[in-house]
Design a protein around this ligand. Structure first.
Ligand code: PEP
Length: 253
């Protein structure tokens, strides 16, 4: 089964509404002629209205960077999935390593956000990954297995088949240090095998697994050429239209 490549850009806490609109406009122009790759961008919440409106009918999807597990309520400063869906988001990131480390998000909270995403009609992009000391301690499979088991708890097979996993080794995020294509493939293969053991066959064949961690135009093609690497989640290089567009075009089969 061939999976459609999927490249997403995480703009993190960069680009307010005006700059985000300019970047969205440039991306829309740069990617106007490609339809072989699914593309999404994740601006800050305050830029969502500008970006969703700019990218309407462009084929480029918009993602939230995070959602709260509840629909609404007394949660000062938080944003619910239904709210971003109303703005035109189709995806949400969940469990990015910065949320895990800076906001102390654990797998149980991440799991509740994944369920909230589905309840709101959003498709989650769930980030998983090990730290450097966990990799050096040969704990990669144990760490990822636990993140998957807890993060996907209680989901229907159809829901799992429709979501995206982003394998983002923490040591490669924003560091300029990338997993080699072989390291990425080995780990993605482990993730897909884990899915095949824990869910019906069609699930592991359908789930798209993005690689994330210092993906740039120069390394994107080699990473995404690997059979289990179905695309990329891009941070720094997603902040310029030309570099993000080059990564998207590197994903064209
Ligand atoms: C990220 O934060 O999801 C990421 C992959 O960042 P970068 O590409 O900058 O390493």
């Amino acid at each position: 089964m061939s999976r459609r490549p999927f490249v997403a850009g995480n703009w993190k806490m960069n680009k307010g509404p005006n700059e985000a609109d300019a970047l969205a406009r440039a991306l829309k122009a740069a990617l106007a002629n490609q339809s072989a790759v699914d593309v999404a961008v994740a601006p800050t919440y305050v830029a969502l209205p500008a970006v969703t409106s700019r990218l309407k009918h462009s084929g480029i999807h918009v993602a939230a960077q995070d959602i709260h597990p509840s629909v609404s309520g007394a949660f000062t400063g938080a944003i619910g999935g239904e709210m971003v869906r109303q703005l035109g988001c189709t995806y949400t990131l969940v469990g990015h390593s910065e949320r895990r480390s800076l906001w102390n998000e654990d797998d149980a909270l991440i799991n509740s956000k994944v369920h909230a995403a589905f309840r709101s009609g959003l498709l989650p992009i769930i980030c998983i990954g090990e730290t450097l000391s966990q990799r050096d301690g040969n704990q990669v499979e144990q760490v990822l297995g636990a993140q998957l088991a807890k993060g996907l708890e209680g989901l229907e097979a159809d829901q799992v088949a429709s979501l995206t996993l982003a394998y983002e080794p923490v040591w490669a995020i924003g560091t300029g240090r990338t997993a080699s294509p072989e390291q990425a493939q080995d780990t993605h293969q482990f993730i897909r095998r884990w899915l095949s053991v824990n869910f019906p066959d069609f699930v592991s064949k359908a789930v798209r697994i993005q690689y994330g961690g210092s993906v740039k135009p120069g390394n994107a093609a080699a990473l995404m050429a690997k059979p289990d690497v179905d695309g990329a989640l891009v941070g720094g290089a997603a902040l310029q239209a030309d570099s993000f567009a080059a990564i998207v075009l590197a994903a064209v089969p």
